[in-house]
Write a protein that binds this ligand. Structure first.
Ligand code: CP3
Length: 413
């Protein structure tokens, strides 16, 4: 028997098959985030935190003492346990769980070796150096369901553990962000190798980006079939690109993923869950384009002023988002929702600062999101490992209290 708490309650997967064809909100005790993601104003802002299942939590670090990072990802019992850790710790305060995994499982599925080095982060011992490597180092055809079946198992197990308490978010990395790691061989301050590829080999880069996009599409579809109830695409390094490079090398593949996921699910009569795109650092120049990329929710980092983003959304997409979802799971033309965007560093600044910054994020008279639209509260990027978990509680409580006030008053004060 496992020594991980809660593991004793492993339940059977009897209703797996039925879950596939269900709308994502079915059976949920809390569907706030799904309603907001579909363009509705909610009684208070639903909230979750990017990287909420991670190193700032002592219970996660405890598991990591005995298990390698990718072992945690590949072991559905461990991954589902880590996924529910923040939901248990912050009972009633988080409105969604996000499956514990990593964006780098996609390059692994494509044939690349990736390790997670202590204190250094991801490392690719054999990165892509020239376009020739694409044919020698990557698999010709990726059987995504076979390679990443462990993520689907983790999703199924997590859905059983969550028991409808909150919805489960599935995710993948965006093609440009994944290509950046695959060429660079790890994290980087400048991403000069990956960017040099784009400039030196633009056509080969586009082929590679499309290959990654196709794998991401299959992976997201598989996650939905397994039970993911929202999906987020993380383009963490979008801000490394100039506006024109972003539009050439990132945006088309973000679009491709959203359109293909919707198409494939629709042909299988599986309702499409809300899709979230997070293109960090690119919205200062490309928010109007990202709004029209086919997603239901646009995640903002903290460099974008919420009230400005609201105006841009209205101008770029008057009356609603720009796709019609053939699966019928989304209301056609619903309003685009925004997500974000407090600077995660505020969580180091103590109660008064956290509450003041939440006020700033939420109240329209302070430039915040205000009460007039569909909105999901989040940080503007992932939570960092040094944050005190109690600071997170203060943040979540402040979001609940202030957003309820703002939404009930329609922020007309
Ligand atoms: C760029 C990126 C990666 N991974 C991810 C991104 C995009 C989001 C972002 O920009 O923050 C996404 C990710 N990574 C992880 C999740 C799990 C779910 C969650 O809680 O959000 C998610 C959604 C777990 C993780 N992924 C990683 C950890 C810590 C690893 C450890 O335990 O040592 C966790 C909990 C490792 C990882 N994985 C990655 C890096 C750069 C690192 C090392 C530095 C860091 O911790 O942020 C790649």
């Amino acid at each position: 028997m496992s020594k991980i708490p809660g593991m004793q309650h492993l339940q059977s997967f009897t209703h797996r098959k039925e879950k596939e064809c269900r709308k994502p909100e079915e059976g949920l005790k809390n569907d706030l985030i799904i309603r907001a993601a579909r363009g509705h104003q909610t009684e208070r802002a639903p909230c979750w935190i990017m990287r909420q299942a991670g190193r700032y939590l002592p219970e996660f670090r405890k598991i990591r003492e005995d298990h390698d990072f990718f072992e945690c990802c590949r072991n559905p019992e461990l991954a589902s346990e880590i996924t529910v850790q923040p939901i248990r710790r912050y009972t009633g305060l988080l409105d969604a769980a996000i499956i514990f995994s990593d964006i780098l499982v996609v390059p692994q599925a494509m044939g690349m070796e990736v390790e997670m080095l202590p204190a250094k982060g991801p490392h690719f011992p054999d990165p892509l150096v020239t376009p020739k490597d694409v044919s020698t180092k990557l698999k010709k055809k990726v059987d995504v369901d076979k390679e990443l079946g462990y993520v689907y198992e983790a999703i199924k197990m997590t859905r059983d553990k969550l028991d409808g308490e909150v919805p489960l978010i599935g995710f993948c990395g965006a093609p440009w962000t994944l290509m950046a790691y695959m060429v660079e061989g790890g994290g980087s301050k400048t991403f000069e190798k990956a960017k040099a590829w784009l400039f030196k080999y633009p056509e080969e880069s586009k082929e590679l980006l499309q290959r990654i996009a196709d794998v991401c599409t299959d992976f997201l579809v598989g996650q939905v079939k397994a039970g993911a109830q929202l999906l987020q695409v993380f383009d963490s390094w979008a801000g490394e690109l100039s506006p024109s490079d972003f539009r050439q090398f990132s945006l088309p593949y973000l679009r491709s993923i959203a359109a293909s996921v919707r198409d494939i699910l629709s042909t299988k009569s599986i309702p499409c869950p809300p899709l979230i795109v997070f293109a960090k650092g690119a919205l200062g120049h490309s928010l109007p384009e990202v709004v029209k990329a086919g997603y239901d929710v646009v995640g903002l980092d903290w460099t974008v002023e919420p009230c400005v983003a609201r105006k841009v959304v209205e101008l770029a997409s008057p009356g609603g988002s720009t796709y019609k979802d053939a699966s019928g799971s989304n209301e056609a033309g619903h309003r685009l929702a925004l997500q974000g965007n407090m600077d995660p560093a505020v969580l180091y600044a103590g109660k008064d600062a956290i509450e003041a910054k939440v006020e700033e994020m939420l109240r329209s008279k302070k430039g915040g999101f205000g009460g007039g639209g569909a909105y999901i509260a989040n940080l503007g990027h992932g939570i960092t490992p040094g944050v005190d978990p109690e600071a997170v509680r203060i943040y979540l409580k402040a979001v609940h209290r202030i957003s309820r006030e703002v939404n009930s008053a329609q922020d007309e004060e």
